[in-house]
Design a protein around this ligand. Structure first.
Ligand code: ATP
Ligand code: MG
Length: 266
């Protein structure tokens, strides 16, 4: 603030550049968010001295315009994981817009005169950057922060248009795919996913269960099979009630529901 106040008013390079807020953009599907994401965000924040990291869940690409239910759920779980953590801020702009979103559009929406933008990526993604939509424009808007293991080769920008900074993080071998598999088979994801997010996933599962039960009461033919599986899950999950891990019943309901949705059954 002091430096800003002292900046010369003549339009030449000023303290404003020095004082620009360093903003990281960390995008992903977050289906669901997990601790690998959090380690990557914190590593980027520390390694690139970012003031804030914007966590930006992607919209469902197949959804044309309206906000889809699954995007709302993913967003709610990302909020549960990130809210209240210093330096992290969840932004819903991609989900609000819906449809496929390009990083360049997100960067355009987030740029501001007193901000410097950093696009945080897994180091593996760096080699493909030249194929990204409007690569020249994106490269002009952001510095790429490539987060990767320190024992792997330092990522190299695929062309000179990119400003790139490599940041090391320890290997965290967790993926959303793995988390979904665990949930689908009723295994715990404690330690893989932040506790608050686990609780949110379980609550969503319970909401869905109630929803399906109401639907079945209205239309026994249509949803009979779904509720049968759910009832079975609830019986299996009774032993686990009250533990601070995802209740297998709830988690399985969530993943079944996601599968059904993809099959067009919901
Ligand atoms: P999926 O298994 O569904 O592909 P994911 O775990 O890769 O999911 P995404 O939402 O696709 O998660 O990833 C968002 C960003 O987080 C990407 O830049 C990805 O490289 C990075 N990322 C995901 N998991 C890890 C991890 N374990 N360590 C470091 N970065 C990660
Ligand atoms: Mg992935």
């Amino acid at each position: 603030e002091t430096a800003r106040a002292c900046a010369p008013p003549n339009g030449h390079p000023t303290y404003d550049h020095v004082m620009a807020e360093r903003i990281g953009i960390f995008g992903g599907t977050f289906d669901p968010i997990h601790n690998g994401h959090l380690v990557a965000m914190y590593a980027a924040r520390e390694g690139a001295a970012l003031d804030r990291v914007f966590v930006v869940p992607a919209a469902d690409p197949w959804q044309k315009s309206t906000v889809s239910e699954s995007a709302v759920d993913r967003l709610a779980v990302v909020h549960a994981a990130c809210d209240g953590r210093e330096g992290l801020e969840v932004l819903s702009l991609e989900i609000d817009r819906g449809g496929p979103t390009y990083s360049v559009d997100t960067a355009r929406a987030l740029r501001a005169p007193d901000r410097e933008l950093f696009l945080v990526l897994g180091a593996d993604a760096v080699h493909g950057l030249d194929t990204w939509h409007e690569a020249d424009e994106l490269a002009a808007l952001v510095t790429v922060v490539a987060v990767g293991r320190s024992d792997t080769p330092t990522p190299v920008a695929p062309s000179t248009r990119w400003r790139l900074q490599a940041v090391a993080m320890p290997r965290v071998d967790i993926s959303s795919t793995d988390v979904r598999k665990r949930l689908a088979t009723g295994r715990s994801v404690a330690g893989f996913v932040p506790d608050a997010a686990i609780e949110r996933i379980a609550a969503l599962g319970e909401e869905r269960r109630q929803f399906l039960i109401r639907r079945q009461q209205r239309d026994p033919q249509l949803h009979g099979r779904s509720v049968l599986i759910i009832d079975d899950d609830i019986r299996n999950s009774s032993d686990h009630a009250g533990k601070l891990c995802l209740q297998p019943g709830c988690s399985r309901i969530c993943s079944f529901l996601i599968d059904w949705k993809h099959q067009g059954e919901l």
